[in-house]
Write a protein that binds this ligand. Sequence first.
Ligand SMILES: [Zn+2]
Ligand SMILES: [Zn+2]
Length: 321
Amino acid sequence: MTRRGLLGASAAVGAGVAATAATAVGTASAGPSARPSADRSAPPGGLRLRWLGNNGWEIRIGAGDSAATVLIDPWLTRFWTGTYSEAGAAPETPIEVDTAVIDGYGLRADQILVTHGHYDHMTDVPHLAKTTGATVFGTESHVNTMRAMGAPERQLSVVAGGERLQYKGYSVQVVRSLHSMGGEHPRVAFAGTRPGQVPKAPETISDLVEGGSLSYLISVNGFDIVNFGSSNFSEHDLEGIRADLVMIQPGGANVPGYVPRLLELLGHPAYVVPTHWDDFDEPLDRPAVDWGGLDALRDAVRKASPKSRFVKLDHLETLSL
Ligand SMILES: [Zn+2]
Ligand SMILES: [Zn+2]
């Protein structure tokens, strides 16, 4: 088999360069009146979700001195990997962390939530941990790998799923999840764990193993945001969780009822925001290039949950709620 499909890739070819600067390309707004479901919490106001490309999100809660920022899978460096090319991701691709690019975005963070250990999710997190001072949550494997990448030890927090953390004005719940599986013999790309001890520092993208997958629920005054870092989920672990806004990604073709089952489980969220739909070999400071799954995801959401608002953001665009 070819490497194609290991990451659920489609056939968009891209010769990528790193993003160079933060550019706000616009703001989408959806006020409380847009909420189709009256029996749910209204958006709390002062909540801003900015898409950093791939599964990278900046969630800002509140304003002024009491404002807080939660980052999910922030990845700004973006080096070429071939992931969405015909040949698929080249395992020997060297990892790059461009601190000038990352620092150019001027991100702040109180917490950084890692969904899994792959290159397009975790590569920039150790540097951002240093510059922001944020608490970083991940599995033992993620944390061990980030230790090897120089992340500040005192900020690293090993979680397994089920933890709930209360902060001023919001809470974070860790949810055990699953990664998508692709290829002729369905399996997780760059699978594996790094338990027990700090591994050697990762050099290539294949050194950044999945290490288990997590989802996160961020609850702001009863408005519940759930993010999935891959196109799969653990039904059992979602019991009792209802979302007002869910970030889900295209794919899941070999997961029975991926979209309808997930939206049903989550109680048909008022907002469905697509994530991880851009070809990340293309630059972040330009409009996102669909790797080929967005239309199918939109159609599946419309069919499964017609009252949900499908809110597609472009690179660096903000949804204000
Ligand atoms: Zn992955
Ligand atoms: Zn990914």
